[in-house]
Write a protein that binds this ligand. Structure first.
Ligand code: SAH
Length: 254
């Protein structure tokens, strides 16, 4: 089968953080699929068709891109950050597993991108310098009780925690509940980084303590990094603080 599907990560926002491999995959595509605001970040090229969709329709979008590629076209489907991190690549795999046999024969390429937690971490120092994990706070696809259990396990296990999808209009209370949960395990002085729209013109980055962290710091475009007991803040004159987690040290919390 001659069709080809590229699942392409666009990085956090700044065009300079799009990899050359991703740029090549976008340039080679005859058809582009993706959530509207992500597609808007892709340069328009003559002869390329564009198929924008709503963010909630991931499976349908993945199926549409696969069907199009199965007709023999070169198709690219885009995602912010990395396509494999809480994003479209898993939806594409789900559709391939559930879909017609012919989709398994398609030439499929997943092109990685810089995910939000790496972009936010780089802005503040090295908060992910030792063991860390990533959790999505969205309970659209999993029950809230499971999220609470994972927060408990991550914090008591000594992991730095990157929180994706901290809040949305449909999920107003979850972030506060998550922070309250983490306060059971971690000192109130634990550093918390809020990175909003990193790599975009309206970028905002702030560092607070777990005590002061609250939902007003976060929105849908924010990635939150909650430190471990090892995470440190270095104050600097006239510059933002440096947040880092030393490479040595593994205090186990009670
Ligand atoms: N695939 C994406 C994540 C999609 S989930 C990636 O790898 O980055 C969407 C969540 O990602 C948002 O709610 C936010 O938590 C985070 N996010 C995406 N882009 C961001 C950016 N530029 N700055 C900060 N957080 C971002």
């Amino acid at each position: 089968m001659s069709g080809h599907l590229a699942v392409v990560g666009l990085g956090p926002g700044d065009a300079r953080t799009l990899t050359p491999e991703a740029g090549d995959a976008l340039a080679a595509a005859q058809a582009l699929y993706g959530y509207g605001p992500y597609l808007d970040r892709v340069a328009v090229r003559a002869g390329q068709s564009r198929h924008a969709s709503d963010n909630r329709e991931e499976r349908m979008r993945a199926a549409a891109a696969l069907s199009h590629a199965a007709l023999g076209a070169r198709v690219a489907i885009v995602s912010g950050g990395d396509p494999g991190v809480f994003a479209i690549a898993a939806a594409v795999c789900e559709e391939i597993e559930a879909g017609p046999e012919s989709w398994r024969a398609l030439d499929l390429t997943i092109v990685p991108g810089i995910t939000a937690m790496l972009a936010v971490a780089a802005r503040t120092g090295a908060p992910l310098g030792h063991d860390f994990c990533a959790l999505s706070l969205s309970d659209n696809l999993k029950p809230w009780e499971l999220i609470e259990r994972r927060l408990d396990a991550a914090a008591s296990g000594g992991f730095v925690i990157a929180l994706y999808n901290p809040v949305s209009r449909a999920r107003p209370w979850q972030f506060r509940a998550a922070i309250e949960r983490l306060r059971r395990h971690l000192p109130l002085s634990t550093p918390v980084v809020f990175g909003r729209a990193v790599g975009r013109p309206d970028e905002q980055v702030s560092v607070v303590t777990l005590d002061a962290a609250d939902a007003t710091n976060a929105d849908m475009a924010t990635l939150v990094i909650v430190g471990s007991r090892e995470t440190r803040v270095i104050a600097r004159p006239g510059r933002p603080p440096l947040v880092y987690t030393p490479r040595a040290g593994a205090e186990i919390s009670a």
